[in-house]
Design a protein around this ligand. Structure first.
Ligand SMILES: NC(=O)c1ccc[n+]([C@@H]2O[C@H](COP(=O)([O-])OP(=O)(O)OC[C@H]3O[C@@H](n4cnc5c(N)ncnc54)[C@H](OP(=O)(O)O)[C@@H]3O)[C@@H](O)[C@H]2O)c1
Length: 336
């Protein structure tokens, strides 16, 4: 069997579960003998079975039919099997208990609860382990998860919708629609990709947004985070579905540390200019996604920034840029 190709296959198919496995990483596992694939398993839904367990359960049904002994099988797993008990038990212990003797791993789990410990359990049980097969692909496929464990805080994306003349909204206590329906649909998918959405009190008061991911595929809905010292009526749209966490402090570093200690690897900020600039000044934003419409709002509207080329001055460089209907979508990443 070509193990590298099987690893690529597991990586590719694991991607299908990126909206339902989050905030966990996507993981794929394949069991094969020398001639054929016996079973495949994926981590499909957060809180449910890990990929390796799903592959083992499927193989158990074929024991004595397609193969006679787990010791004849090789397990290919895109991520190091977990060592800790977690929500579903230790995968490394379960693999060892089946009698599997060979395990090939894509990337080592960056979670300090697991990192290297899953491999240790396997080796202590006389399982031969090789890791690092298509490691970069596994890491980029789970970039938020790897970022969080490396930097000990979530990856933070700021989304802004801007008029051609650089405005955010009219200060009239109502929602200002700037961009096309296609851009707003694109934002729904962006929300579906992230583990949490964060906004401020003025936005919740003026726009009454739902801030959930309204997409036509299954998604583990992002948690909602509100920064405000104000009191709110709980019948506002923002509080209607999903978990909401409210922070009354204005210390953004403290807030991000607190969010980072939870099961959140990525945060999408959808706020107005005041809160967005506060985050930018502290250097807490990793990526800016900007949608610019082809209309001007004029002098009475509120500016996103006070300076020309503010995004670049905050240390970002344009990474990609393309049209979404009549709008321009631009992605800026932090200069390394
Ligand atoms: N064009 C767009 O993409 C877009 C997106 C979202 C919103 N908007 C518009 O933006 C307007 C509101 O903008 P905004 O910036 O005034 O309000 P905002 O987005 O609600 O941000 C300000 C809020 O953040 C809270 N906050 C906590 N810590 C802060 C800090 N360190 N620095 C600044 N604020 C902090 C404030 O708390 P307190 O309540 O305690 O003062 C305040 O409620 C809305 O009317 C909406 O229409 C536009």
């Amino acid at each position: 069997m070509n193990y590298e190709d099987l690893m690529l296959h597991a990586i590719t198919n694991a991607e299908s579960f990126k909206y339902t496995a989050k905030p966990n990483p996507v993981v794929g596992a394949i069991l094969c003998n020398e001639n054929e694939v016996i079973s495949e398993g994926y981590h499909e839904v957060y809180g449910e079975n890990h990929a390796e367990i799903n592959a083992i359960l499927k193989a158990e049904e074929l024991l004595g039919k397609k193969f006679n002994n787990f010791s004849d099988l090789t397990l290919i797993s895109t991520l190091e099997p977990c060592s800790h008990q977690g929500k579903t038990g230790s995968c490394a212990k379960r693999i060892a208990a089946t009698g599997i003797k060979n395990v090939l791993i894509g990337a080592i789990d960056p979670n300090p609860l697991v990192s290297g410990k899953g491999i240790k359990i396997l080796e202590e049980n006389n399982v031969k382990v090789i890791s690092g097969i298509h490691k970069e692909l596994v890491e980029s496929q789970n970039s938020f998860f790897f970022f969080k464990h490396k930097n000990r805080r979530p990856y933070i994306i700021l989304k802004i919708a801007s008029s051609l003349d650089g405005k955010s909204h009219f200060d009239n206590g109502e929602r200002t629609i700037i961009t096309s329906q296609a851009s707003r649909d694109d934002v729904q998918v962006l929300r579906a990709t992230c583990d949490a959405i964060l906004t401020g009190g003025n936005t919740v008061k003026n726009d009454n947004p739902r801030m959930n991911a309204r997409v036509d595929f299954p998604v583990n809905q992002p948690k909602k985070i509100l920064l405000s010292s104000k009191e709110f009526e709980m019948n506002l749209n923002f509080f209607k579905d999903g978990q909401v966490k409210i922070f009354k402090t204005k210390d953004l570093g403290e807030i991000i540390n607190s969010i980072g200690s939870e099961d959140i690897s990525s945060v999408l900020i959808e706020s107005g200019p005041k809160l967005a600039n506060s985050f930018l000044k502290l250097g807490l934003i990793d990526e800016i996604i900007s949608y610019t419409s082809n209309m001007n709002l004029g002098q009475n509207a509120i500016n996103w920034f006070h300076e020309e080329n503010a995004i670049e001055k905050y240390g970002f460089k344009l990474e990609s840029s393309y049209k979404v209907d009549t709008d321009l979508k631009e992605i800026f990443k932090k200069n390394e």
